[in-house]
Design a protein around this ligand. Structure first.
Ligand code: PMV
Ligand code: MG
Length: 352
């Protein structure tokens, strides 16, 4: 039996801008996990998860990200001249609560990475992190050609991750060309794609709060796109990319002040984007979360698409973390007991 534990993710910076080819983002993996267990089977190919009501179903009846990830790994195997194998996949997620509460920690990205790694291992492939990212990206893009794939990069690399999204149209062309072997696609550079680990801030504390309100990224993205002109979005994207570049440089240099400053700036840009597009990205709870962090000398912002889910704060003084959590609770924001998760067996997988 193969078991893989995949961490959830949160956006630190670059949401929305990262949807454009070459758009940049910074994310973290957090220590809440989705677990995939893969066992070989003589004939059938099945999946069990909470989405199947705990029943064993043929994998084609599993949620779309699972079906897509199985298809990608099987194509890798077929292209390498392997025979198709049967499997039982057992998927358990702690990324959302059992009672259905959704935090927005990236369960579809995590399940994609989990199935790629577990089924890949069952086939005997020794996939490096960069290859897992590419396979998982092919899988998520085949299901939703408009998502950024940032969640996949964070869940696959773990820790603090810089991500630049590839030219998906070009990748889709390669992918749909029957002459392209998947092995080729993995070894060739993808236009604009960059994924690398970053150093964590030196002394800033990352604190995570949940608004209690689930948000649907796809609808928020559609509403933002519909509410803003091409030129407006392009300007936002340029400013966001510049901020993310300053954030990456500050993390590289161990400059906590620069890090906090860049996060505050990019938060401001996202709020302005929401206002311009007439979409509530910073909900009243997220505004509370931010203002209460700022009152303690920190910075804070919505994480990801906003409209609910989680916000993040960076605090300069560790002794203020409890004060912030108390202050959030008083405003109805639920502090989540999450830390950045960095895998021990992280193998070199940067793609530049
Ligand atoms: O809210 P989340 O964590 O699903 O993040 C969405 C981030 C977007 O940039 C808005 C969409 C994407 O696919 O990156
Ligand atoms: Mg979200």
């Amino acid at each position: 039996m193969i078991r893989v534990d995949v961490p959830g993710k949160l956006f630190v910076a670059g949401e929305y801008a990262v949807l454009e080819p070459g758009g940049a983002a910074v994310l973290v993996a957090v220590d809440r996990f989705l677990t995939v267990r893969a066992t070989p089977h003589d004939s059938r190919r099945t999946v069990t998860s909470e989405h199947t009501g705990g029943r064993i179903v043929d994998f084609t009846g599993a949620p779309r990200p699972v079906v897509a990830a199985v298809a990608v790994v099987e194509r890798l195997a077929m292209d390498a001249g392997r025979r198709r194998i049967g499997f039982e996949l057992d998927i358990r997620s702690a990324l959302d609560e059992a009672d259905g509460r959704k935090y927005g920690l990236g369960s579809s990205g995590a399940v994609t990475v989990g199935v790629v790694r577990a089924l890949g291992a069952l086939y005997g492939f020794d996939l490096k992190a960069g290859e897992v990212v590419k396979l998982a990206l092919l899988s998520v893009f085949s299901d939703d050609p408009h998502c950024s794939g940032g969640d996949v990069a964070a869940s696959a690399l773990t820790g603090w991750v810089a991500y630049r999204s590839p030219d998906r149209a070009r990748v889709a062309e390669w992918w749909s060309d029957p002459r392209t072997s998947l092995g080729d696609l993995l070894s060739r550079p993808w236009p604009l794609l960059a994924v690398e680990n970053l150093a964590a801030p030196r002394a800033l504390e990352l604190v995570i709060g949940w608004t209690g309100r689930p948000a649907k990224s796809r609808s928020l993205v559609a509403a933002v796109r519909a509410g803003i002109s091409e030129a407006g979005f392009r300007r936002f994207r340029e400013e966001s990319d510049a901020c993310v570049a300053r954030l990456v440089a500050a993390l590289d240099e161990g400059d906590d002040q620069g890090t906090a400053h860049a996060v505050a700036e990019v938060g401001l840009l996202v709020r302005a984007l929401g206002e311009l597009a007439g979409v509530v990205i910073e909900t009243p709870e997220l505004a509370d979360l931010r203002v209460r962090a700022e009152a303690l000398g920190g910075v804070a912002k919505s994480s990801g698409a906003g409209g609910g889910d989680c916000g993040i704060a960076l605090l300069p003084a560790p002794e203020d973390v409890e004060t912030l959590r108390r202050s959030w609770r008083a405003a109805g924001v639920v502090p989540l007991d999450l830390r950045v998760h960095t895998s021990d067996d992280r193998r070199k997988g940067d793609l530049r």
